[in-house]
Design a protein around this ligand. Structure first.
Ligand code: URA
Length: 234
């Protein structure tokens, strides 16, 4: 008696299963195992910006400008690579040239005092200069010297990505912001370098000569601290 179509189909499937098991036992039929799919390729983690160590390496025993001839040490910069605040001065003086560290002379003494007053450990900020080698007699760095050196400072800024940059004095402010505006107009007024807030203020050497002006820089620093307090989590 013919089977119902549904039963016939069930029987066929059962027989096919039996046949396949038999063939498999004989080794004639292997169910092709699909190659396990490779895990999705992770994009290699390429840091967006070079590290400070890589920038220092690229700088090498720099001979890109004439300041190299008179220097004792390159003053690359000092501080935390995660600093929220970056101070930028003009260029190393005599003591900085000897030690290879920024702001370790008289101006550095005053900067340290300000940091103490603000409750900012020096090792938590980052300190650098527009040029990394001492201009002879502490003259202003010349434009060819700034042009050779500034790209390295800019890379340091990109690497650290501070929340605020404080430019110390006319040279640092003008060179970083690419302006000829007088410091007296810029000081105490928020500026921008790329997307970073910049607070121009007086250079500590100027404040040593004109202590009656210190309160202005103190006010500028207060603005910075208030800004940071408001942007603590970002
Ligand atoms: N003055 C600067 O501008 N930078 C230093 O590092 C020291 C003194």
């Amino acid at each position: 008696m013919p089977l119902e179509p549904a039963n016939e189909l069930r029987q066929l499937v059962a027989e096919l299963g039996q046949w396949m098991r038999y063939q498999r036992r004989l080794g004639r039929l292997g169910v092709e195992q699909e190659e396990p799919a490779p895990p999705p390729a992770k994009a290699p983690v390429v840091p967006l910006f070079p590290t400070l160590a890589e920038i220092r390496e690229e700088l090498g025993d720099c001979q890109r400008c004439k300041l190299a001839r008179g220097r004792t040490h390159i003053v690359f910069g000092q501080g935390s690579r995660r600093a929220d605040i970056m101070f930028i001065g003009e260029g190393p003086g005599e003591e900085e040239d000897l030690q290879g560290l920024p702001f370790v002379g008289a101006a550095g003494g005053l900067l340290n005092k300000m940091l103490n007053k603000l409750g900012l450990p020096r090792e938590e900020v980052y300190i650098a200069n527009i040029v990394k080698c001492r201009p002879p007699g502490n003259r202003d760095p010349e434009s060819d010297e700034v042009n050779s050196c500034l790209p390295f400072l800019k890379k340091q800024i990109e690497s650290i990505r501070p929340k605020v940059i404080i430019t110390l004095g006319r040279v640092a402010t003008r060179c970083l912001l690419g302006t000829q505006a007088p410091l007296t107009r810029l000081r105490g007024q928020w500026q921008r370098y790329k997307k970073i807030q910049v607070m121009p203020t007086f250079h500590p050497s100027y404040l040593i000569r004109f202590p009656q002006e210190r309160w202005k820089t103190w006010e500028d620093m207060q603005q910075v601290m208030e800004f940071l307090a408001r942007h603590e989590d970002n």
